[in-house]
Every structure is written in C-alpha cells, then in structure tokens.
Design a protein around this ligand. Sequence first.
Ligand code: ADP
Length: 625
Amino acid sequence: MAKKAFKTESKRLLDMMVNSIYTHKEIFLRELISNSSDAIDKIYYRNLADSSQTFNRDDYYIRITADKENRTLTVSDTGIGMTRDELENNLGTIAQSGSLNFKKETEMKDGYDLIGQFGVGFYSAFMVSEKVTVISKSIDSDKAYKWEASGADGYTIVEHKKSNVGTDIILKIKENAEEESYDEFLEEFRLKSIIKKYSDFIRYPIKMNVTEHKLKEDSEDEYEEVIEEQTINSMVPIWRKNKNELSKEDYENFYAEKRYGFDKPLKHLHISVEGIISYNAILYIPEQIPFDYYSKEYEKGLELYSNGVLIMNKCQDLLPDYFSFVKGMVDSADLSLNISREMLQHNRQLKRIAKNIQTKIKNELQKMLDNDRESYEKFYKSFGRQLKYGVYEQFGSNKDVLQSLLMFYSSKDEKMVTLDQYVSGMPEDQKYIYYASGESIDKIKKLPKTEMVAEKGYEILYFTEDIDEFAIKVLREYQEKEFKSVSSNDLGLPAETAAEQEANTDENKDLFAKMKDILADKVKDVRASKRLKSHPVCLANEGEISIEMEKVLSSMPNNQGIKAEKILEINTSHQVFQALKNAYENDTEKLTVFTGLLYNQALLIEGLPVSDPVEFSDSICKIMI
Ligand code: ADP
C-alpha cells in the first residue's frame, strides 16, 4: 500500500519535535490523554445539543495499557473518534495555518512555543515511539480506520475492525539507545506517576491495570500478585480544590494540560466567590504573547463550566477586550446547563461574574506592578500595547481602570516608568508631563526638539508605539498634570525662554515671512525656536494632530490625507541663521535654496519623506559648487 507523505511543513516540524522541542519526553502522555479527554468532551457536547441522547458517565473513560513484551503502550478512549477524513486532516498535517507563516510572523526562536500555538501535541508521541498506530471509529461512521506512521517519511490509512466508537493510540516504544532508555514508559509505576503529575484533574477516569502485592487469603506473610484495574487520577477539578492544597506546579500543569499556552504562566489567580452569585475561577496571566495575538484570528475568552461540566470553550463575554490575554476557566453552579449563546449574552449572572473577574485581574496586575516589577515588565512587554488600546477604545471609558497600569520609557531613568512615578518626580516649576514620539528610543534621544526640555532637567516619556499618542490624547492628563508633546507650540517652559523666543521671532519677522512664502502651504508658520540648542532646525506642530499621528494615519488604508499643522522652527543662535540672514539681505535665490534645504532636513529628522528627493539633491549640489 502506498504511503502518503506528510505535508512538507509537517515533516520539518516532526523532525524538530522529535529532536528538540520538548525537554521532558514524558509529557507525550499528557498530550495524548488531553486529546482523549477533549474527544470525550466532544461527545458530551453533542449530547447536550441533542436532548434525545443521554450521557452516561460510566461509559466514558481513558485506558492506559502497557505491554512490556511487545514494547507497546496504548492510550484508548471512548471519545468521539475520527473518520477517515479526520484522520487524514488532523494527523496528516500539522498546524493547518502553516508553521512557516508562524516563523515569519514571530521572532520566537524557542520551539517550545510552537506547540502551544498549533497544538501539535499528538506528534510528541514520536519522541518515544518508533511507530504510532491510531485505530479510530467515529461516532459519524460505521467503519473504523487504522492510521500508521513510523516517523517523518509518511503514513498509511486502511480500513480496520473496531467495535466501539473511540480511539486507540498504540505506541511502539523505541528500543533503548546508548544514552537514552525508554523502558520507563512501559513501567506501571512510572506511568502512574506521570499520569498523577500531569493529568490528575482530567475529569474522566484514566484507568490502568496495576499489579498489587496483596496478602494471600488466610495467610499472614504470603503475598500474591493481583492485577487490579485502578482509576489513577483524582478527577476532582483543580478549581474545586482548596488553594492551600495546591502548589504552583499544580497550576502550571493545569495550564499546560489545558493548552492555555506552552509558556509558563507569569501569574495565576484562583478565585472562589460565594454570595449572590457563586463561582470558581482559575485565571492565568501568560508571559509570552501568542503569535497571532494582535491579529484578527486571535479569539479571547475563558472556558465556561456549569457545575463542573464544560459548556463553552471560549466565552468572550467574560473578558473585556483589554484583558483578552487572560486565559483560564470559570465554573458556576448558577448558570443553566443548556443555555444558548444568545441567552448567555443577556445573562445577568454572567455579567456579574465578568465584572467581578475584571476587578480581580486589575488588582492582580496592580499588585504585580507594585511588588514584582520584573514580572510586570515582562508582562508589559507582551501586552502593554493591549492596555494602551484599552485606554483609547470606547472614548476612554476604561481609562480609570487602566491608566495606573501604563508604563513608558523615561529619558531620565532610561527605563520604564509608570505615570505615578513620573508625576512624583516632577520638580515644582514643571507644569506638564512631557513626551516625545518616534520610531525607536535611540531615534527619539537624538531628536533636536527634545533638547530644551531635557536641558531644563525635565523628564521626557518616549513614545515608540503607534498607539501611544492616541491613548494619551484620550487620557489628556494624569493626576491633573496635562500631557504635552515636545513638538507642541506652547511648551510651558519658564517665562524667560518664551519671551526670548517671541522677541527673536519679532525681530526677524520679515525674514520668517519670506521663508513662509517660499514654503507656501507646506508649513503653517516659520518661527524662532525655543526648544533648540545645538541643532539649526526642527518641525513643531499646532493643533490636535501631531506629526507622529499623521504618520500613523497616512499608513492606514483609506486615509483621508490628514496632516499635522507644521511649524518650521529655526534656531536663531545657530550659525546657519546668520547665513539665512545674509541670503535674505543679498541673494533671494540663495534664500529659496536654503529654506528648502532646512525644511527637508526637518522632515528627515522627523522621519517623514522628503517631498521631492531630486530637487533636494540638486539643492545640495548647488551649495557645494
Ligand atoms: P490539538 O489537540 O492541539 O488540536 P493534536 O496534534 O494533539 O493537536 O491533535 C490534532 C487533532 O487530532 C485534534 O484536534 C483532534 O481533532 C484529533 N485527535 C487527536 N487525538 C484524538 C483522539 N484521541 N480522539 C479524537 N480526535 C483526536
């Protein structure tokens, strides 16, 4: 029978998996058991939707069988099974969405994350197996099929006999190699401990035959070996347990088992509320950002259980958008079991839970920020942008929840600071919270227009993300201190600086008017600068739209050509200014060239394109010869 090749990407991934991805080989068992548990959940779902069916709990279980002689380990379940097509699609391709895209879209080098993103858990079986056989009968098919593969070179599918619906996964465990022993995966005792460690909270029984040494009947010292079927897992869901009984590891295992992510969560919250509404929840704040997080594909939501039974995989209504990175589950006895999606949306209980959860998450983040700055900064690196979107969205209606969680890079401390930190470090004469926008911290540091504010000893927040200025516009102020861009016309610097600038502008008003004429509607005005020290020129702006915002808006589809009102500012203490004055008095053509050059330089400094590069280059040549 002809073997079908795995799709190329799958092949590559498979190689990677076997050779490097998982550090602990033993987790293959967790992956297979989780798949089985999911498969039983799926049957459960069906029965929920179809009232003619009943779900008899005793019929659903997972069984682990080790056969040392034949070196096989079998994971069987009475779950929903797979049709021929499903075997082909689910096990013949890894990651439908394409693992290559993944590589392009993210910079994650550590393959560890890969699995989480794509759920390629099944393939981990190849870490310990030389051959994997899957025999499955779907609830939707009369026939059963056998899928088989011995590594990356391909797989076969043939019809096969199987009486009951469900799936058997038979692993032919690898022979021991020089440095690696695989025997442990056939040892009862070892298997038992792996199941306990990773899959204790699986809600269906994981059964295994276990050899017990028991006293012989009527004997006081003679033992016999008795093979007994045991349920290995406790099945009590983790969220029903007492917090004190649980270790950090338990929570981490639950996170992994549920495939909330394949990073280690930064923090977990275990919530038990009793009152008008009662619920238990386990929530996680992940450390790593899912590769599709800021794309449309990402779906927020928490698992929703009613009295221990899963009723929805991703209940979106439980999380506000700005906390959509939170993973986890909620279980409440107060929700009706066969509640429909629409009903859920209007469900008062659910709204209460959502509100409550939102407060708890906020408090947890605040606590992390106050007491565990290192973790918070990791979190902020991944999800800070989300919080800023949260401030911006819905006309700022969430700003009270979120503003104290914001951080920006500080010119003074050269690290991230909160707005509280900024405000408490302000000298008395400082009126505003200053910020400067640009592509990167290094580029902002060099921006001429930050010179004077920095010289005054005022701290400047560096905005490097598109959303930053938009979010700040919504905030307007923090603790009654207004935000002020270093490009804005009125910088609020002490009076003498402002007066000096006005006098300078006044004194040279004919020159500036001429320059404004030359530039026509490219700028709103030309003035003497109060923010420059060593540089000759910069662009400032007036009005609501800043230069950075213009850049963001113009990069959006169907932008409406919204422009910032630009002011060309000249440093009157700079030598270049003398050259301008001379040209104004003696050579109008020269003044035109100089003005054009200075304007284009200012554009370049701002990271804006020069409007006519050829003319710009010609002008430079002109002054060289
Ligand atoms: P994931 O489970 O994360 O989607 P896997 O590679 O582990 O990724 O499994 C791929 C798919 O194969 C599953 O989504 C499921 O549809 C199917 N599958 C795996 N194991 C079973 C099983 N025991 N019973 C039914 N379907 C299964």
